[in-house]
Design a binder for this molecule. Structure first.
Ligand code: BDR
Ligand code: CA
Length: 311
C-alpha cells in the first residue's frame, strides 16, 4: 500500500477523509498530524483521536503540530464547523494517547526513515506543519512522493474571502513555501470540491448503515450542510477533504491540468489566492496538478462502498 501522513484540522469533512483512508487497503496511514485551522490545535488533535477511536483504529498515532500560522494570527472557522470543529455528533473524550513528539518532527523523521519517494503527504488543513517541516529539514522535500492537498480556488473563487479558500488563506506563507518546494503537488481546489455535494439519499444511506461510522458521517454532513445551504443556496454538504483520498485511490474520477499555481501573500484584497495559470500564459514552470472536475456519482459510490466496511 501507498504510505501516507494525513495532516488535518478536523473538521467534519476531514473526518470523512480520514474514514475513507482507513477503509482503503490501497493506503497505509503512518500517522495523523494535527494542525490549527478550523478550530484551535487543542481541539483538532482531540478530534483526530476521537475519529480514530470511533473507527477502532487506536493503533494509528496522532501528533500535535503547530498551533498558529508561520507569521500570522490564526483565523478559525467555527461558523462552518461549530464550536468543537466536529459538531453534529457527541463523541466521547478520547482515551488513546496523544504522541509526545511534535508533528513537525514526526514528519521529518518519517521522511528520513522511509525509503526515498515512498511517503505521500495529504494536507487537508492549513499548510503550516508541512512548511515548518520543510523549513526545519530542507532535505525532506525531495524525499516526498507527492503532496495531495485540499486547498485553493480559482474559477470558483473563495469561501473565506472573495479571492481565497480557507486552508490557503489561513497560512499563505506556508502555502507559498509548499508550492515553491519542487515536490510534485496535486491540488483539490473548491473548483472541484464544490462538485462533491452530498445528496439526501446518500446521507440517509450512511445513517442506515449498521455501524458507528455510517451514522456519524450522516450527522456530520447534516451539520456541515447548513453553512453551504445558507451561503450558496446549495443542496448538500461539499465533501472537500475526502477528494484528496479519493484522488489517491481513483485518479480516474478526476480531471485537471499540470500548471503553474502561485500563492498571493501580499495582496490587499487577494491575500491567500491561488493564482492558477490555467491557460499557461505566464511562462512559469508547472508546479501542480490542478484538479478542476470530478465524477460526482463515482466519488459517492466509492465513499458508500468504503464507509460500509467500517465498524
Ligand atoms: C477547507 O476548509 C475547511 O473548512 C475544510 O475542512 C476544508 O479543508 C475547505 O475550504
Ligand atoms: Ca480541513
Amino acid at each position: 500500500p501507498q504510505k501516507i501522513i494525513i495532516d488535518t484540522d478536523p473538521g467534519q469533512d476531514d473526518a470523512v477523509a480520514i474514514l475513507l483512508a482507513l477503509a482503503s487497503p490501497e493506503l497505509e496511514i503512518l500517522g495523523l498530524t494535527a494542525v490549527a485551522g478550523n478550530v484551535p490545535l487543542a481541539l483538532t488533535e482531540v478530534n483526530a483521536r476521537k475519529i480514530l477511536e470511533l473507527a477502532g483504529r487506536t493503533d494509528i498515532p496522532v501528533f500535535a503540530g503547530c498551533d498558529a500560522p508561520l507569521q500570522r494570527k490564526l483565523v478559525t472557522a467555527e461558523h462552518v464547523h461549530g464550536k468543537t470543529g466536529l459538531d453534529g455528533i457527541d463523541l466521547p473524550a478520547p482515551s488513546m494517547p496523544l504522541q509526545s513528539q511534535h508533528a513537525v518532527d514526526f514528519i521529518i523523521d518519517t521522511l528520513r526513515r522511509e525509503p526515498d519517494g515512498t511517503v505521500t503527504l495529504v494536507p487537508i488543513g492549513p499548510l503550516t506543519n508541512i512548511a515548518a517541516a520543510f523549513a526545519k529539514a530542507p532535505d525532506i522535500a525531495a524525499r516526498v512522493a507527492r503532496i495531495v492537498l485540499m486547498g485553493g480556488a480559482y474559477f470558483e473563487v473563495g469561501n473565506i474571502t472573495p479571492a481565497a479558500e480557507f486552508n490557503i488563506y489561513v497560512d499563505p506563507e506556508a502555502a507559498a513555501a509548499v508550492f515553491a518546494s519542487g515536490t510534485p503537488i496535486t491540488v483539490l481546489p473548491l473548483d472541484a470540491t464544490h462538485q462533491a455535494l452530498t445528496s439526501r439519499d446518500w446521507v440517509e444511506g450512511m445513517r442506515a448503515l449498521p455501524s458507528r461510522c455510517g451514522p456519524a458521517v450522516a450527522s456530520w454532513t447534516d451539520f456541515f450542510e447548513r453553512f453551504d445551504r445558507e451561503k450558496y443556496g446549495s443542496l448538500g454538504a461539499p465533501l472537500h477533504d475526502p477528494c484528496t483520498i479519493a484522488w489517491l485511490i481513483r485518479p480516474d474520477l478526476f480531471e485537471g491540468r499540470e500548471i503553474n499555481a502561485e500563492i498571493e501573500t501580499q495582496g490587499e484584497f487577494t491575500l491567500g489566492m491561488t493564482v492558477a495559470d490555467w491557460w499557461r500564459v505566464s511562462g512559469r514552470p508547472a508546479n501542480a496538478l490542478f484538479i478542476r472536475n470530478l465524477n460526482r456519482d463515482g466519488l459517492f459510490d466509492l465513499l458508500s462502498e468504503r464507509i460500509a466496511t467500517l465498524p
